[in-house]
Design a protein around this ligand. Structure first.
Ligand code: HGA
Length: 610
């Protein structure tokens, strides 16, 4: 979380920095700021509470000049969102932006206060500014001052430091939060994500853990954590810089929901034939690793965790391999037992999710056989640090509530399950054909599911004035219900819970009344009769039901039950298919409530802090 942009150029950089921040707003949007130095060492710092647009308007009318600058969009961890707490933070001639958490900030604050520094903000970041200012008093250069300062920091940071007395350079350090350097012609840039810089360059270099780099207009010099001069690879980005446009859609989320058929096609392209999954397409080392795999451990957060929960049913039922799924923030702090020949799979849209990354690093220490990631961002930390990566090709996802990243994770997991099942001999040719033909049919079926938009919009009216909602499902539709409830609470702020329908009688039935809509995901499958009994339990207690089913499920609407009847699809891909009407439901409830759909309160897209 938090977005950083920096530039060292001859031209004025205010516009570039602010444009970069707009593209990084997915990382946090409670406040934003810039600090820019001109060639005569005049510093202009502007900070604003609220969205980047607030800052953009002020910077625009202030006509800020200067070719060296740093900028930041914040998602507060320490200190409320306010102008005082917004970055850049300043100490003497030093300005600093920071992404991450300095865990020993209280101790450092005490030490620095004793040295005479006055703290004006409540942030942990301010200690970095004072610490560098202190070190620079005795260091021969800004670079050395930053190298000494970061040695004293505990926690996570991506940080950029600027000295108004030397506008020819920026010094940047990375430990736990991503930093990418962008190479221009006679000018250089840096950011937390290449997306911020695509309108100025396509040549990028990612810093590695512990790196400190000095960036001038002409050179980028990188040092590792031991202070040794190192070279890092420069790559050419293929990302489209206008991929993040909303087009004719009202919100990014709506656009991204409707992009799902294409995103699924792109994710499957070259990885399946007419009737089989190409194991080599999973990864160069995949066949070798999958052949040895005896257990799957999935680790993820939020929506990705829900994708993992669905995949667990597939791994066990389709590929016959045991699978555990755990929330990364729990896994990383738990004393767990590593099963022999376990494959760790991390799931993350951004590839920078701090807890998931920490879990990956821990798993490597704890003897996992191999680590794979399923991720949407090439070059991200999870991709670089895993043994092999399987990229979801969802395209840039801007809406904070994840939609196409989730469904492309699911199709990727299904391809993996199939490859693994083949390797283990639990999936024969006929079964493989059945699975692959369900995959091929899915994009069109999702198009059909999207055509229920109007019906779902009408249904959403019933939810907008409610305070609580319950989602029910059984089997792999239980995590579909979990994802539906997460989506609703994220963007409409309505309290929503998901239950495995069989669990109702063990507690949640007590909640049922006419004020709590109960949404049921009820395709015709082996568990339908069981689910129908659970539906009756709700009905008998005066609950209002909203059932998403297919023609074959045989539901009939009445005063207590509204039905959305969708075409029947294969059991295998049905969890992906039924996710779509759930996404539309939460979207339309949020729209009616008038919430900020793409940037819901208190959240951020890429969760790079613990
Ligand atoms: N801890 C700093 C930066 C927060 C951050 O990286 N959020 O994602 C602050 O609270 O300002």
């Amino acid at each position: 979380m938090c977005g950083i942009v920096g530039a060292v150029a001859q031209r004025d950089v205010a516009e570039i920095l602010v444009e970069g921040l707009k593209r990084l707003e997915y990382r946090g949007y409670d406040s934003a700021g810039v600090a820019i130095v001109d060639s005569a060492s005049n510093l202009t710092r502007i900070r604003r509470l609220g969205k980047v647009q607030e800052l953009a308007d002020t910077v625009d009318s202030a006509h800020v000049v200067g070719g060296t600058g740093i900028a930041h969009t914040r998602w507060a961890t320490h200190g409320e969102p306010s102008e005082i707490n917004a970055h850049p933070h300043v100490s003497g001639d030093i300005s600093v932006v920071h992404n991450g958490i300095i865990e020993n900030h209280e101790q450092l604050r005490d030490t620095l206060t004793e040295r005479g520094y006055q703290f004006v903000s409540q942030t942990d970041t301010e200690v970095i500014a004072h610490l560098v200012e202190w070190e620079l008093r005795s260091a021969p250069s800004l670079l050395v001052a930053v190298q000494s300062a970061v040695k004293q920091l505990e926690g996570a940071y991506g940080t950029v430091v600027m000295d108004r007395n030397d506008p020819s350079r920026l010094v940047v350090a990375r430990s736990g939060s991503p930093i990418v350097i962008g190479f221009g012609v006679g000018e250089n840039f840096l950011a937390s994500d290449q997306l911020a810089l695509l309108n100025v360059t396509r040549r990028f270099m990612y810093l590695e853990e512990g790196d400190v780099a000095e960036v001038t207009r002409r050179d980028v010099t990188v040092f590792n954590s031991l202070g040794e001069h190192v070279e890092r690879k420069i790559t050419e980005s293929k990302l489209e810089h206008d991929a993040a446009d909303k087009g004719n859609y009202r919100h990014y989320m709506q656009k991204e929901v409707f992009e799902q058929p294409t995103a699924l096609i792109n994710t499957m392209e070259g990885r399946i034939t007419a009737d089989s999954v190409i194991t080599d397409a999973i990864g160069v080392k995949a066949a070798y690793i999958l052949a040895k795999t005896e257990h799957i451990q999935i680790v993820a957060c939020g929506t990705s965790y829900n994708a993992g929960m669905i995949a667990r049913y597939w791994f066990e039922a389709i590929a016959g391999i045991s699978c555990d799924v755990e929330i990364a923030s729990e896994f990383r702090y738990r004393k767990f037992v590593t099963r022999p020949n376990s494959l760790l799979i991390t799931l993350s849209q951004s590839g920078e999710t701090a807890d998931t990354l920490a879990a990956l690093r821990l798993a490597k220490e704890k003897g996992y056989m191999a680590a794979m990631t399923i991720c949407n961002v090439a070059g991200s930390s999870l991709v670089r640090e895993s043994d092999f990566a399987f990229m979801t090709r969802a395209g840039v996802e801007v809406g904070v509530a994840s939609t196409k990243a989730f469904t492309t994770q699911l199709i990727s997991l299904l391809m993996l399950v199939t490859a693994l099942g083949k390797e283990r001999g639990t999936i024969d040719k006929v079964r493989e054909q059945e699975i692959v033909s369900a995959m091929h049919a899915l994009p069109n079926q999702i198009e059909q599911a999207l055509s229920f938009e109007k019906e779902i919009e009408a249904l959403a009216e019933d939810f907008a004035d409610k305070h609580h909602t319950l989602f029910l499902g059984r089997g792999e539709f239980y995590p579909v219900a979990m994802e539906a409830s997460l989506k609703l609470k994220e963007i409409s702020y309505i309290h929503a819970e998901a239950y495995a329908a069989g669990e109702l009688k063990h507690g949640p039935l007590a909640l049922i009344d006419a004020d709590m809509p109960v949404v049921v995901v009820a395709p015709s499958n082996d568990l339908l009769e069981k689910l129908k009994s659970n539906i009756e339990e709700v009905r008998a207690r005066g609950g209002l039901l909203y059932v998403f089913a297919d023609e074959e499920a045989g539901f009939e609407a009445d005063d207590t039950m509204k039905i959305i009847t969708m075409p029947h699809v294969s059991d295998i891909t049905a969890p992906i298919y039924y996710t779509v009407p759930m996404q539309l439901l939460s979207y339309y409830v949020a729209l009616i409530k008038g919430t900020d759909v793409d940037q819901p309160r208190n959240l951020a897209k890429s969760v790079t802090v613990e």
